[in-house]
Design a protein around this ligand. Sequence first.
Ligand SMILES: [Zn+2]
Length: 63
Amino acid sequence: MSDSQIDKLEIVTTKRVSCNGGGGALGHPLIYMDMGSDKSVRCKYCDRLFKFNPKASAGKASS
Ligand SMILES: [Zn+2]
C-alpha cells in the first residue's frame, strides 16, 4: 500500500457516505454512496476509499 492510497482513505461510521472530492477546485459534484453489504466503497470521481468502522466515532481525528 502506497502513501498516496493511505492519504485517500477515509474512515466513516456510517455505510452511507457523501463525497465532493474535498470541495473547491479539486472537488467534484456531491454524490452519495451506499456500501450495502460491503464495508468499504470507493468514490468513482476522486478515487477516495471510504472504510466503514463504527468504532471510529469515539476518537475521530481532525483532518
Ligand atoms: Zn470523491
